[in-house]
Design a protein around this ligand. Structure first.
Ligand SMILES: C[S@@+](CC[C@H](N)C(=O)[O-])C[C@H]1O[C@@H](n2cnc3c(N)ncnc32)[C@H](O)[C@@H]1O
Length: 274
């Protein structure tokens, strides 16, 4: 984790909280605890405190419109020609699940609309599946924090967290359970949560699209460059990468081309000869 001058205050504050909880009176003693064998649990507790997990459903509407209306449509058409019916999207740094579930709902809508527009017969299943066979959709959702992964897997959200979800999405993709909204089973089945530290080499491969939004901003420049290089390798040919509104690949790589439409921005992998 990288903390520049703007974030040292945050770091100090979060460390002090942990010192107090552990009844430790110096940073040095706390450091000794962290590097000891008994300190493993405390280290993961500290990590939970240092990650910023802010997220929401349908975050950055313009970008999601670009994904939904143009990029997905293009991918579906090209795949259908090749008779490749698999679609794999990765939400890297998924936090409590709002981003991958938004992606899953958008894919379900895009597929239904694709069939309608091209007058393709939908399979006669009852109830009708979200993903019409032979399509197979996988939304991989990963994070470094176990607690957010657990929350994502649970898939239940408060009224406040649902603020950005309009009623047509609530009606189709959620059930009301007590005072919370639970993501319907069919949507949950499309999303797979898993632990991945983006700083390691072993990361999910063969993705058509990667969303890594509001994560890279917490990495230093060298680490950002390494991550973009890894994303390049984790994407299929012509695949797309989405980064956060305040993030950009400018000056970090020349292996991606910017795609900009109706205020939404994405980056497409450029095929470079090795
Ligand atoms: C601000 S949230 C962004 C959530 C979502 N992508 C969005 O834009 O709404 C950043 C997430 O990145 C995760 N994260 C931070 N460093 C990470 C790393 N090295 N590997 C994987 N996830 C990481 C945090 O745990 C957190 O859940």
């Amino acid at each position: 984790m990288h903390f520049d001058e703007r974030r040292t205050h945050f770091l100090r504050d979060r460390l002090q909280r942990r010192l107090k909880e552990c009844h430790i009176d110096s940073f040095y003693s706390y450091y000794r605890l962290l590097i000891s064998n008994q300190g493993k649990e405390e280290l993961s507790r500290l990590l939970e405190n240092l990650t910023v997990n802010e997220t929401s459903f349908f975050r950055n509407k313009a970008q999601l419109d670009l994904f939904h209306k143009f990029i997905l449509d293009d991918i579906l058409q090209k795949k259908q020609v090749r008779r490749d019916y698999t679609l794999r999207i990765w939400s890297a740094g998924c936090s409590t699940g709002q981003e991958p579930y938004t992606i899953a709902m958008l894919i379900a809508d895009a597929l239904a609309y694709y069939y309608l527009r091209h007058s393709l017969p939908l399979p006669e299943f009852s109830p009708r599946p979200l993903v019409p066979p032979p399509w197979r959709v996988e939304v991989m959702a990963s994070d470094i924090s176990y607690s957010v992964l657990r929350a994502g897997q649970e898939g239940k959200y408060s009224e406040l967290q649902m603020q950005s979800v309009d009623y047509s999405y609530r009606l189709r993709y959620f059930d009301k359970v007590g005072d919370r909204y639970a993501v319907k089973k069919a949507v949950k089945e499309l999303v797979h949560f898993d632990f991945h530290n983006l700083k390691t080499e072993y990361l999910p491969q063969r993705n058509d699209v990667i969303f890594c939004r509001n994560v890279m901003m917490y990495f230093d420049e060298a680490e950002q460059k390494r991550l973009i290089e890894k994303f390049y390798r984790c994407l299929n040919v012509d695949g797309f990468l989405f980064v956060g509104h305040a993030e950009s690949l400018f000056g970090l790589t020349n292996k991606f081309a910017m795609v900009h439409r109706h205020n939404g921005t994405a980056y497409q992998r450029i095929e470079v000869s090795q």
